[in-house]
Design a binder for this molecule. Structure first.
Ligand SMILES: Cc1cc2nc3c(=O)[nH]c(=O)nc-3n(C[C@H](O)[C@H](O)[C@H](O)COP(=O)(O)OP(=O)(O)OC[C@H]3O[C@@H](n4cnc5c(N)ncnc54)[C@H](O)[C@@H]3O)c2cc1C
Length: 266
């Protein structure tokens, strides 16, 4: 039985990403087209949100959904409220455009400090567009707190200590760390809830707090394209190489055909 932890402040980082079924590349700039493309909550972040809402419910606390993005990212924050977030904060400013993970972590860390810090920060394992999985660990470093990536289960959270299972290639580790801390979660951790009627009503009324670069006292040298040591030079779909053959039939027949083909090329 999890012991009550008074008013735990949980911040969940949500990224708005292009729907993977609708990814389009700009043939001239070789960057992702985001205008007019279906934008969704990054799939891993749905699980981070669900875990935050569960922990707040079980331990007493609040969940703040936080996103750095263009004004339209407010949509995913409103959606987060329909799924249980109590508050929503958008960090948005033209100065953030073109941010790499270094600049993104500075911006998110400044935002978390500006809203009064957090006992627990939850992120998804990775974003389906940038795919670097760097923001979680980078953000923890910026906040000076311990972190664990690829969390698949939270076992207990009491008296400022969280006990969890981290997914590993050959199973999992059981770890304990002191709060404040940051976790990145995998999809196996839970099944995100659907929007509730109460949540939808709250989302319709909620005022999304929007913070600019000045509001979070961001360092101009560390935000946006200018503050990004990494620049995405070109994004392209890898070209299919060599001829492809589909092998069909029963397993045995397929194995036989494959052996013949392999002996021919070896
Ligand atoms: C195709 C492509 C390739 C890129 N390659 C690189 C690269 O190699 N190096 C680099 O530095 N940048 C890269 N970028 C830019 C990178 O996407 C941004 O810096 C982005 O803000 C964070 O990196 P990520 O998407 O890899 O997120 P990840 O590090 O994979 O995200 C992990 C978690 O961090 C949180 N998070 C991430 N972004 C936000 C946000 N904006 N708001 C709130 N929470 C967030 C979410 O919980 C997310 O699940 C790339 C972008 C694209 C589109």
């Amino acid at each position: 039985m999890m012991k009550e932890l008074k008013a735990m402040k949980i911040v969940v980082c949500l990224k708005q990403v292009p729907d993977a079924r609708d990814v389009r590349l700009d043939p001239i700039t070789s960057t992702l087209i985001r205008e007019g493309v279906m934008a969704i909550i990054n799939p891993y972040d749905r699980h981070a949100l669900e875990e935050g809402v569960r922990l707040a419910k079980d331990n007493g606390g609040t969940v703040t959904a936080l996103s750095m993005g263009p004004p339209q990212a407010a949509e995913i924050l409103r959606e987060a409220v329909t799924c249980g977030a109590d508050e929503a904060v958008l960090v948005s400013d033209r100065a953030f455009a073109g941010a790499d993970t270094w600049a993104t972590t500075h911006t998110l860390a400044q935002a978390i400090k500006t809203i009064g810090g957090a006992d627990l920060v939850l992120c998804g394992k990775q974003a389906i567009d940038g795919d670097t999985a760097q923001v979680g660990p980078g953000l923890a470093e910026r906040l000076g707190i311990p972190y664990v990536t690829c969390v698949k289960k939270v076992l207990a959270c009491a008296d400022g200590v969280i006990r969890l299972q981290r997914m590993m290639d050959d199973g999992y580790d059981t770890l304990e760390l002191r709060l404040p801390a940051l976790l990145t979660v995998v999809k196996e951790i839970n099944k995100p809830r659907l929007p509730s009627l109460k949540g939808k009503m709250k989302a319709r009324k909620i005022k999304i707090k929007t913070l600019s670069a000045a509001d979070i006292d961001a360092d101009p040298q560390q935000i946006g394209l200018k503050g990004s040591p990494t620049q995405v030079v070109r994004v392209f779909s890898p070209r299919a190489r060599g001829e492809r053959t589909l092998i069909s039939g029963t397993v045995d027949q397929q194995v036989e055909q494959l052996a013949v083909k392999l002996t021919k090329i070896l």
